[in-house]
Design a protein around this ligand. Structure first.
Ligand code: ADP
Length: 203
């Protein structure tokens, strides 16, 4: 059950919506718990409030997680307010830290992940590699480049059944426009997994 790496390292799981990223994160975390490792899972809180929560896959499996407003809150939870993860006083870091929906955290998640890996922690990050426009999402390119291990998952295209690599954003049933805001309040929006051919953006 020992990892193939010496000490800490970074594992990144990416793909479009419905590709099984949460499922894969839950699978890896569950195996670490079976191996009696200390595991802490985090996810961004949509309401910006720190609270007990869970990571849930679309198929219904769950694992306990802390919802946090920022990467700084993850740091504060693990090391204490204002402390460095490398401080000698910070003795009890978990063996494994998992973060779901990591694309929603700001750029501070990159140094946080690197510091954790440097401090001996197995860091497992799951998130969208591409946004609804099929452009690289936030800090994901940086994290992908720095990771020891990358797993790129595909979903099933809802139009043709081919492997889907993109997340189709629909607003009122129509493909979203490039100019549509990333966060829409009160709109009827939904997402579908699509392949390259069937991913659409309205002008
Ligand atoms: P992600 O975290 O990548 O959004 P989840 O792990 O939450 O993915 O969910 C993956 C599950 O979603 C699949 O195992 C399957 O049961 C379900 N699912 C629903 N729609 C699709 C689709 N179009 N392609 C693949 N899986 C789908």
């Amino acid at each position: 059950l020992k990892s193939p790496y010496h000490g800490g390292h970074l594992e990144v799981i990416v793909g479009p919506m419905f590709s099984g990223k949460s499922e894969e994160l839950i699978r890896r975390v569950t195996r670490a718990v079976i191996a009696r490792q200390n595991v802490q899972v985090f996810k961004p809180a949509l309401d910006d409030r720190y609270h007990e929560s869970k990571v849930a896959s679309h198929a219904g499996r769950t694992v306990a997680a802390l919802a946090v407003g920022s990467a700084a809150e993850i740091r504060a939870h693990l090391a204490g307010e204002g402390a460095l993860l490398s401080d000698p006083g910070v003795s009890a870091l978990p063996d494994v830290v998992g973060i779901d929906e990591v694309q929603f955290l700001g750029p501070e998640v990159v140094p946080l992940a690197l510091e954790l890996a440097g401090a001996g922690v197995r860091v497992i990050l799951a998130g969208l590699d591409l946004d609804f426009r099929a452009e690289p999402f936030g800090s994901m390119p940086d994290l992908l480049a720095r990771a020891e291990s990358v797993e790129k998952l595909t979903a099933i295209c809802t139009v043709c059944g081919a492997p889907a690599t993109r997340s189709q954003r629909l607003i009122g049933g129509q493909p979203a426009r490039l100019s549509d805001p990333v966060v829409l309040v009160g709109a009827q929006e939904s997402y579908e997994a699509r392949c390259r051919v069937h991913h659409e953006l309205r002008e």
